[in-house]
Design a protein around this ligand. Structure first.
Ligand code: EPU
Length: 343
């Protein structure tokens, strides 16, 4: 079925809870309905959205918003080591993680509770706790709106990087319809990021129990996220608002020299470069837990901007964003860039 609506209220379709509208909104729940859409006819600009969990609408959307309700989870094949599973773009990503854990399959558990849908996960290369979705994607199936045909991209064709992919640079040409994931049957927990071990009651060097299940890791990840991040549905946000900047080593050393000697600057080596958590930089600038009108900085994770009262206007979020960028630039000489897409 193809749903079509004019002047669509988007407040429930963006997790920031911006009260904005789209001129035209269309949702399809089958490939046939997507193929039926006449892309030439649609009011421009045309934008495909997922769960609206990584978007900031900066005002009413003047064109067409598309949304996939293609929802299926189908095991394609099973070998002694892995299971290939095809998942529709409109499936809630965490529902897929829960499904994988319930089957005892490894690979998706560290990505538990990331908001959003499967189609967008493959565009955004979502990631958390040392895993990115590209690590489990085998193939992304897309509709090519230019050639009007289905195309498939193997994971190696997708140019995946940190929150980046080939699809992000194709200006909406490809619409992900379903994704094939490869999940592992063999024991393969990834517990070495940050505080996962602590959340599981395991010491840094303690042996990992041999009977650990993906469901137990999933539960630990969910506990960590619930402690740090605003509860979706209660407080509007779009998760991490900024990307973690990757800077030359000399810049990292400058940052270390600019803080008291006892302060340890969290960082991750990325080849020759160094990634510094934006949340740490923002906290150092005094923003953690601060409010600016109806917009705010989450008090447990400074990387997350929130619609603090539920009444924030897009311009209030943008104003806060700009103030933070200026603070971090003035204090550290580092330019933050948003991870959240502005529409
Ligand atoms: N930190 C602070 N203050 C803060 C926040 C963080 O000092 O207010 C420090 C932490 O103490 C830690 C470091 O920064 O040493 C990293 O923090 P954390 O592990 O919370 O991760 P992050 O780098 O801030 C990234 C992703 C998150 C993902 C987490 C966990 C980005 C932009 N964000 O955040 O993804 O959940 O790692 O893997 O890469 C998202 O993309 O929406 C998202 C939530």
């Amino acid at each position: 079925m193809l749903k079509k609506e004019y002047s669509k209220d988007l407040s429930k379709l963006n997790t920031f809870g911006m009260k904005v509208t789209a001129r035209y909104f269309s949702e399809y729940d089958s490939l046939a309905d997507l193929l039926d859409l006449d892309f030439e006819e649609l009011a421009r600009p045309v934008k495909h959205i997922g769960g609206g969990s990584n978007l900031l609408f900066t005002g009413d959307f003047p064109g067409t918003l598309l949304h996939s309700a293609i929802r299926f989870t189908e095991v394609l094949s099973e070998s002694p080591d892995e299971v290939l599973v095809s998942v529709g773009a409109g499936v809630v990503f965490d529902d897929f993680c829960a499904w994988a854990a319930s089957k005892g399959l490894w690979g998706a558990e560290n990505l538990s509770l990331i908001p959003g849908e499967v189609g967008a996960s493959a565009v955004q290369n979502i990631g958390a706790y040392g895993v990115e979705v590209k690590d489990i994607i085998r193939t992304a199936y897309c509709y090519d709106t230019q050639e009007e045909e289905m195309v498939r991209f193997e994971v190696s064709d997708c140019a995946y990087g940190y929150r980046d992919s080939f699809f992000k640079h194709a200006e909406g040409r490809y619409i992900v319809t379903h994704v094939v994931f490869a999940l592992q049957k063999g024991y393969s927990p990834q517990l070495d990021y940050g505080n996962i071990r602590a959340a599981m009651g395991l010491g840094v060097d303690a042996p990992v129990p041999a009977d650990l299940t993906p469901g137990q890791v999933r539960d630990a990840i969910i506990r960590i996220r619930r402690e740090k991040l605003p509860e979706p549905g209660k407080v509007g946000s779009a998760g991490s608002f900024f990307k973690n900047p990757v800077v030359p080593r000399s810049k990292y050393e400058e940052v270390c020299a600019s803080v008291p000697a006892e302060v340890k600057v969290p960082h991750y080596e990325v080849g020759e470069l160094v990634k510094i958590p934006a949340g740490w930089l923002i906290e150092q600038c005094g923003w953690k837990g601060k409010r600016s009108g109806n917009a705010g900085v989450w008090d447990k994770q400074a990387l997350v901007l929130v619609n603090a009262t539920g009444q924030a206007l897009p311009e209030e979020i943008v104003r806060l964003e700009n103030k933070i960028i200026v603070s971090v630039r003035e204090r550290f000489g580092i330019e933050l860039s948003p991870e959240v897409e502005h529409l």
